[in-house]
Write a protein that binds this ligand. Structure first.
Ligand code: CP
Length: 323
């Protein structure tokens, strides 16, 4: 495996989930796989779970990890080909990335979208430039449009839950838009939709207010509704997430608190398990009663990030495509 930036970089999601659950039951099974190997974690934006879980995962494989907060501590990077660099950007990615490619065996990168220019954000220029110039495998720690390690974790967590409480039918999974105080990227919602669709083992519904349609290339195959209560009926999993508009790019049309997931709404479901990628705005996106209640599997979901990252790092190391 040379890169991990979307669901399409994996040939068999279920097989990957098995590997991740195997690591969960035996974290040090491959404790020497990464000895004398180094992974660089580049953050152009803040992170808690992604950074720590990937570092723990690397350590479980005997691999050294080095974190570089490029966004706050590094030279400001230029990504435009042919740029005349007479502004604030100090170093071109085509100069920086090959050096990182020599320092590390695997490069992991987190970038965010601007939410100002859809074409630019959806071109995934930042991560693609690193892939082009680093010369070593690249793992997305969240890009402008997708968050694959989060979504892989989400499928791991859903699979784990279905093993505890098997269903005689496909699970009904609802991705439910939630209010927020600011414009957020579509990454998590895009990515969750892509992974659930590629996985293909669920009845998948997306509920959001009018104006919050996502990129159809990710949601194709899902049922889309503006009626949250109807969507929640008999749901087995509710994935709560805010996102800003894709069509009227980066805009917020409503923060209607009626879309917050509460116990009253949860009562419509089939005792659904509640998921969220975190960080979460309490009593805006989800009520305290839901977050602190028995249906929330959010902490386990975040804890499972380690096994997703460990599986991806191990797969790259085993494939021999690392530097
Ligand atoms: N869910 C997630 O990616 O969390 P962080 O932003 O803290 O890494």
């Amino acid at each position: 495996m040379k890169q991990f930036i979307s669901a399409h970089d994996i040939s068999d999601i279920d097989a990957f989930v098995e590997k991740a659950l195997d690591y969960k039951s035996n974290p040090f099974r491959d404790k020497t796989l990464g000895v004398n190997k180094r992974v660089g974690l580049l953050f152009l934006n803040p992170s808690m779970r992604t950074r720590l879980s990937t570092q723990v995962a690397a350590q479980n494989l005997g691999m050294e990890s080095i974190v570089f907060n490029v966004g706050s501590e590094g030279w400001a990077l230029e990504f435009e080909e042919g740029a005349v660099m007479n502004g604030a950007r100090v170093e071109h990615v085509k100069d920086a990335a090959p050096i990182m490619g020599n320092y590390f065996d695997i490069l992991c990168i987190r970038t965010f979208p601007s939410l100002l220019n859809r074409e630019e954000d959806y071109s995934e220029q930042y991560i693609n430039q690193f892939i082009k110039y680093a010369g070593i495998p690249v793992i997305s720690l969240e890009s402008a449009t997708l968050h694959p390690l989060q979504s892989f974790t989400d499928i791991i967590t859903i699979t784990e839950e279905l093993r505890k409480k098997p269903l005689a039918r496909k699970p009904k999974i609802v991705l439910s838009w939630a209010p927020h105080v600011k414009a957020l990227p579509q990454c998590v919602a895009n990515s969750f939709s892509q992974w659930v669709n590629v996985w293909g083992n669920a009845d998948f519904i997306i509920a959001h207010p009018e104006g919050y349609e996502l990129d159809p290339s990710f949601t194709k195959g899902a049922t889309i509704t503006h009626d949250q209560d109807e969507a929640l009926k008999d749901a087995d999993f509710v994935y709560v997430k805010n996102w800003s508009a894709y069509n009227d790019y980066g805009k917020i049309f409503t923060s209607d608190p009626a879309w917050m997931l509460t116990n009253r709404k949860l009562a419509l479901t089939n005792d659904a398990k509640v998921m969220h990628c975190l960080p979460v705005r309490r009593n805006i996106e989800l009520s305290d009663e839901v977050l602190d209640g028995p249906n929330s599997i959010i902490t386990r979901e975040a804890s499972n990030r380690v096994w997703a990252a460990q599986t991806v790092l191990a797969e790259i190391l085993k494939s021999g495509s690392h530097g």
